[in-house]
Ligand binder design. Sequence first.
Ligand code: C2E
Ligand code: MG
Ligand code: MG
Ligand code: MG
Length: 288
Amino acid sequence: RAKNNGRGSAAFFDQEMDEHARERRALEHDLRHAIARDQLHLMFQPLVATAFGSIVGYEALLRWDHPEKGAIEPDQFIPIAEESGAIVAIGEWVLREACAVAATWPENVSIAVNVSTVQFQVPNLPAVVRDALAQSGLDARRLELEITETAFLRNRQSALKALHEIRALGVRVAMDDFGTGYSSLSNLKAFPFDKIKIDKSFIAAIADDEAARSIVRAIVGLGRSFNMPIVAEGVETEEQRQMLLDEGCPQAQGYFFGYPAANPFLHDSRHEIPDEELTGKARGEATR
Ligand code: C2E
Ligand code: MG
Ligand code: MG
Ligand code: MG
């Protein structure tokens, strides 16, 4: 009986694996057409000054509207895109789209774009970034790339070269999800980042876990001595915001300040000013 059970669950396990692999292949296939079929779009989540809540920029977050499956989360399709190599074209689309959108925003608002480790290993990434800036007219100083430290696990020399080339364009580079990698501190020493984003797992624990709070305090201290601004990700409550403020963490991001949403500066100009407030000249132009 025990043996039967064992075989039975093994067979069930195989079947599940098949199902999983099939699902993955289907998504991989669909993902190849996602750009051409206009199924990708960006959402924008505010990055704020912790003390004032004033918006300093937005992070672009990718969304895939699958025709049958509906909205698919990036955590579900980015790994597939990375494995198949589709991330290179998708990442290029994200960069162009994000720069084009941000170029229409007020000049003091910056845009942060996530770049996959896989993109980071393609030698033409700096050229792709340069082109996205040139085509959109966006000032390089308003663009920030976010990479995780897995980008520095392999090919450290070429990763370092890419980092230097991108920063030479005037684009800032942030280390994303800081603290979750296996050698965060040595990477900070070896690679010149402009900013550190503390992973949201630390922020989630900060209110009830003294250890998490100590880690956040240490990271903020590190940022100060390395002259790298620190951003806290995943801030969901006023209590967390207050603690981060007390620890001296200058920037924050999270549902407490704003969810990822459509282009925040996109509105229909026809509804912007009530008609009677238009000057004669403007009214004349509007009806022409
Ligand atoms: P990330 O870059 O660390 O982005 C932050 C994630 O945390 C986003 O999830 C965001 O919606 C979520 N988040 C923001 N505030 C809160 C909060 O207060 N609480 C909680 N629990 N979550 C919060 P999202 O949009 O699902 O993206 C997940 C990950 O997918 C991103 O993590 C990033 O690694 C990747 N990703 C997203 N867009 C792109 C892209 O265009 N290219 C690449 N290569 N990766 C992307
Ligand atoms: Mg990010
Ligand atoms: Mg993150
Ligand atoms: Mg992440």
